[in-house]
Design a protein around this ligand. Structure first.
Ligand code: ADP
Ligand code: MG
Length: 254
């Protein structure tokens, strides 16, 4: 087993009076795939957003590859990082959204080139060469010059995955990557994610695709009401859940 890549430690997060994350602990090892399941409103998206520091935590902390996210520890106290530093940290965490979120005015190739050039100061030619390799990896070599609106949802999501990979992140987060797709397009996106899993990419994936979870997850995490109710290997959590809330959820989605 690899070292801990993502370390979520006692994380609390409220929106006004509503506590959405109520002390979440989660560890993800390098090279492993964690699938998060749970009913709507259980805090899955908020958890992913705190890992990327799109949301600040109220209590607890999050580490990526041994580095605190959003804070620097100095003489036993936490100091908030400047926005520039947060942006640098964010390049280590790839994020794939439900609705693709590609830049509509940029070609597929330029969608992949933009962040490495602007955030990592890569030479454009180098970023373009890397982008072509990534498009090949997701099976879209022939779409480099197309615009997002000219692609199917499945193709757009594969571009979004390639774009996230272009920053060579330490971990890739997926928030319901196939929920917005027509059923016949789900498979091509899951196949790309399966390839990444086989290649040892560290990933945290929120999804309702239970069969996929069974196939690719090293760990399945079931969340409800802002807490991790139960976690373990897919065979344990999916086939022999210990908690009544996990059983109730699975009986609805299986
Ligand atoms: P999930 O992804 O599991 O469906 P979310 O993390 O999106 O759950 O949301 C958990 C709860 O937090 C929900 O009740 C949601 O309405 C609330 N919530 C999420 N984001 C915000 C926000 N920015 N402001 C207020 N409430 C929010
Ligand atoms: Mg969500």
């Amino acid at each position: 087993m690899g070292d801990v890549m993502v370390d979520v430690h006692h994380v609390h997060k409220s929106f006004g009076p509503l506590e959405v994350l109520c002390g979440v602990d989660l560890q993800v090892r390098a090279g492993e795939v964690t699938v998060i399941l749970g009913p709507s409103g259980s805090g899955k998206s908020t958890l992913l957003r705190t890992i990327n520091h799109l949301e600040k935590v109220d209590r607890g902390w999050i580490g990526i590859d041994g580095e605190l996210i959003g804070y620097r520890s100095h003489r036993g106290r936490l100091h908030e990082l400047k926005e520039k530093e947060v942006r640098r940290q964010r390049t280590h965490v790839g994020f794939v959204f439900q609705n693709f979120n590609l830049f509509p005015h940029l070609t597929v190739l330029d969608n992949l080139v933009e962040a490495p050039v602007s955030a990592l100061r890569r030479p454009r030619g180098e970023a373009q060469a890397a982008a072509h390799r990534l498009l090949e990896r997701v099976g879209l070599s022939d779409k480099a010059g197309a615009y997002p609106r000219q692609l199917s949802g499945g193709q757009q999501q594969r571009v979004a995955i390639a774009r996230a990979l272009a920053l060579e992140p330490k971990v890739l987060l997926f928030d319901e990557p196939t929920s917005a797709l027509d059923p016949e397009l789900v498979g091509e996106v899951l196949d790309v994610i399966k390839d990444l899993a086989r290649a040892g990419t560290t990933m945290i994936i929120v999804t309702h695709e239970i069969g996929f979870a069974r196939e690719v997850a090293d760990t399945v995490v079931f969340m409800d009401g802002g807490t991790v109710v139960e976690q373990g290997p897919p065979a344990a959590v999916l086939d022999d859940p210990q908690h009544v809330r996990t059983r109730a959820f699975l009986s609805k989605v299986l």
